[in-house]
Ligand binder design. Structure first.
Ligand code: TC6
Ligand code: FAD
Length: 667
């Protein structure tokens, strides 16, 4: 039998109806053909490593076994990755080669216990350490001679960083800091790798020197002996327990009992402490929060990738699965022929494209502002913070909802862990909370929006992402074009912001304290932030798509155009209530848009499998019985079921112990 014969025939047909060159889209998503080749080469090398894949699926292991197995694989995986990456590559080239690759997903269904080392420990050193500290710590961290994490959150406080209770009190006599956890609620709680993996850690603690508070500062702290791995004296470590996902990430707790560290262990790029305890504060005290801004930017790209993975599984499955009848006697159709199924799935593909372009745009902004910060210019930091907050919040909201929708769209089989959809959901929904909880981040953006509103009223110029606030005060005539839709979303954001500001004023007038008036108006403020986020996302998706597709072939540009259009119309129909309130949209416009939407679903239909194939996830990375390239769904479901340890024996011992005596009335 040839390879083609082994592929499900429905999928073969679907690939035949695709109107564009799938490989061309893969190149576009990666950057160019060379980037695709590099990524594939890297995946080939790393994934051919012996011992990297489980014989017994992770899902059947106990909590402890899962962790131990994950560490075994993490060691093999990172050594293979280090060996596979060309040592002559710059950090930027390495980043672009691994940017769209979900390599770790091939090995860990619930993430690697080294995630925090790469995602936060190294970035925190890069962003918070001075040159001398970087010179010492970065090589050790990059070679993984030490394994680190980022410990900010405490049992009592995650969101409110100023409320953190861990103290670092400077002792000028010994030139040391004394780290202490004064209460149970001050124990660090959540950091990945912290429990049993990491031996070093960035600790965010409240610094006191010369009897005065010097705010929250970062410290690099050795947690465990480098030889024995025993916790150092004065350090209490443990694991926080089983979670909805992330069970192999080894999230831990950490307490200090007057633990002493040397003065040079405070990361001193932004603020410094002199030998005598004199504190020099940073140019902007929010620079200490820089690692979080970086990670929020990175999360948007992570959401694009995870959503693409879920969409690939659900679309391929929907092409293979046949159920019910559309026309009597015509046989069972592929479930993707149901328009409701297309409605569930194609928005996930479009959103992944949108988030991917938005992530690149946001990342460009981040590096521009970081460059400015190096020169002491903090002017654009507030806009970056406000934009990163709402984009991180809205993309995690949508990704969580859409992955769950993909899972539900697979019916019963989507509930199986072997589909991998529950684990992908577990990863995405964690991002809704970590690195700034959704509502909290939305309220940060609202803070900037309210300020911008006041500036607009005072006739002052606004930052680019908010400049529409001055331009869109009048209700525009409705237009069904994409530009018309973007205008209207901006108009909705203006309307919602106006309502929130009016509410704050109303409550203040009634004599409420500003903070209470803010709190009373906060539901409206979050709504205004979401509307702003959606307006920014829509306009950025359109402008970035136009900017980056000029050299693509006509068929590909056409299909990518369908996705943009579908995204815009989908959200118009979702937010029709807001549009009726704040724009001149009419019932007949809505009916017309519904027709346009159905037409777009039909246009995407022949391209759906091609679109998900172009994400170019190899089967190991999808890790799903439902989503493999060959569509052998039922065979794989059975193969996975047979791996259950319960299937190793025909009669389980519980029969003799419990069932039999119970059924015979002896129990
Ligand atoms: C793989 C998984 C890994 C997971 C890891 C984690 O989760 S790690 C743990 C992750 N944990 C979290 O993510 C915790 C989430 N919590 C937080 O980030 C903060 O505590 C807060 C922002 C909610 C409030 O902070 P606060 O009470 O200190 O601030 P405030 O509200 O009083 O505002 C004061 C001013 O500061 C401004 N500003 C604020 N942040 C930034 C910034 N980053 N940059 C620039 N500016 C910023 C703000 O706009 C305002 O400006 P204005 O209006 O005065 O001109
Ligand atoms: C999987 C996972 C991994 C994590 N990894 C790390 C890590 O490696 N390192 C680390 O330091 N931390 C980590 N965290 C912790 C994470 O950053 C925090 O959980 C997160 O910032 C939210 O804080 P919280 O838990 O205190 O939530 P809370 O702030 O207590 O939120 C509870 C509720 O209160 C609401 N709320 C709180 N404040 C306000 C407000 N001002 N206005 C309105 N509503 C409010 C929230 O909206 C939410 O509904 C991780 C968390 C998870 C889930």
């Amino acid at each position: 039998m040839s390879k083609v014969d082994l592929i499900n025939q429905d999928l073969v047909r679907e690939r035949g109806t695709c109107e564009f060159d799938i490989e061309e889209l893969t190149y576009y998503l990666d950057g160019d053909a060379a980037a695709t080749a590099n990524r594939r080469k890297l995946e080939d090398k790393v994934l051919s490593t012996e011992g990297l894949f489980d014989k017994v699926p992770e899902d059947f292991l106990s909590h402890k076994e899962k962790y131990e197995n994950a560490v075994r694989k993490a060691v093999l995986f990172y050594r293979a990755l280090q060996n596979a990456l060309d040592p002559n590559m710059s950090d930027q080239e390495k980043a672009s080669t691994t940017y769209r690759s979900l390599l770790p997903s091939a090995v860990f269904k619930e993430q690697s216990p080294f995630t925090l080392h790469v995602a936060m420990f190294i970035p925190a050193i890069l962003g918070q350490a001075n040159e001398e500290q970087k010179k010492y710590w970065l090589p050790r961290a990059s070679k993984m001679e030490i394994i680190g994490t980022y410990a900010q959150t405490e049992l009592g406080h995650g969101t409110f960083i100023r409320g953190l209770e861990t103290t670092a009190t400077y002792d000028p006599k010994t030139e040391e800091f004394v780290l202490h956890s004064p209460t149970l609620s001050s124990y660090k709680w959540w950091p990945g790798s912290l429990a049993h993996t990491a031996n070093y850690c960035i600790v965010m603690a409240h610094l006191y020197s010369q009897g005065k508070s010097c705010g929250i500062q970062p410290f690099i702290v050795q947690l465990r002996d480098e030889e024995t791995h025993m916790p150092l004296p004065g350090i209490k470590l443990g694991e926080i327990g089983a979670k909805l996902g992330f069970n192999t990430v080894n999230n831990g707790f950490l307490g200090f009992e007057n633990h002493r560290i040397a003065r040079d262990r405070m990361l001193m790029k932004n603020a410094q402490i002199a030998k005598d305890g004199t504190f020099t504060k940073s140019a902007n005290n929010k620079l200490t929060y820089g690692t979080m801004v970086y990670v929020r930017v990175v999360i948007v790209n992570g959401m694009a990738n995870q959503l693409a993975r879920a969409a690939t599984i659900a679309v391929r499955y929907s092409a293979v699965r046949r159920q019910s009848e559309l026309k009597p006697g015509a046989g069972e159709p592929q479930i993707m022929d149901y328009v409701t199924q297309q409605h569930k799935l194609y928005i996930a593909i479009a959103s992944s494209h949108a988030f991917s372009l938005i992530a690149k745009w946001l990342s460009g902004k981040y590096y521009k502002v970081t460059g400015d910060l190096e020169k002491g210019n903090t002017d654009e930091l507030p806009e970056l913070h406000a934009t990163a907050c709402c984009l991180k919040a809205v993309t995690t909201l949508d990704t969580t909802a859409l992955i769950e929708r993909c899972r539900l769209s697979c019916g019963g089989h989507g509930y199986m862990l072997s589909s991998n959809l529950p684990q992908i959901y577990g990863l995405a929904t964690a991002a809704f909370t970590y690195e700034g909880e959704f509502t909290v981040l939305m309220l940060q953006t609202a803070r900037s929006l309210v300020k911008a509103w006041e500036q607009a009223l005072a006739g002052k110029p606004l930052r680019p992402t908010m400049s529409y606030l001055t331009e869109k005060k009048q209700t525009a005539k409705w237009s069904n074009s994409i530009d018309g839709i973007i205008d209207s979303f901006q108009r909705v954001a203006v309307g919602k912001l106006e309502s929130a500001v009016a509410s704050i004023k109303k409550y203040s007038k009634q004599g409420m304290a500003p903070e209470d008036a803010w709190n009373m108006s906060s539901v409206r403020l979050v709504a205004a932030s979401e509307a702003h986020g959606r307006a920014v996302m829509l306009s950025t998706y359109k402008s970035e798509l136009e900017r980056t597709t000029t050299s693509l072939s006509e068929p590909l540009r056409r299909v990518l155009g369908y996705l943009l259009h579908l995204y815009a119309v989908y959200w118009t129909l979702e937010k029709v209530g807001d549009l009726l309130l704040y724009t001149s949209i009419s019932e007949s416009d809505i009916q017309q848009l519904q027709d346009v939407y159905e037409d777009l679903l039909g246009k995407v239909r022949p391209n759906a499998v091609g679109l998900v194939d172009a994400f170019d996830f190899r089967d190991q990375i999808l890790n799903s019985a439902l989503g493999a390239y060959d569509g052998r769904v039922y065979e794989r479901l059975m193969e996975e079921a047979l791996k259950s340890p319960l299937n190793a024996e025909p009669v389980n011992q519980s029969f003799h112990k419990y069932l039999k005596p119970f059924m015979q009335g002896k129990l």
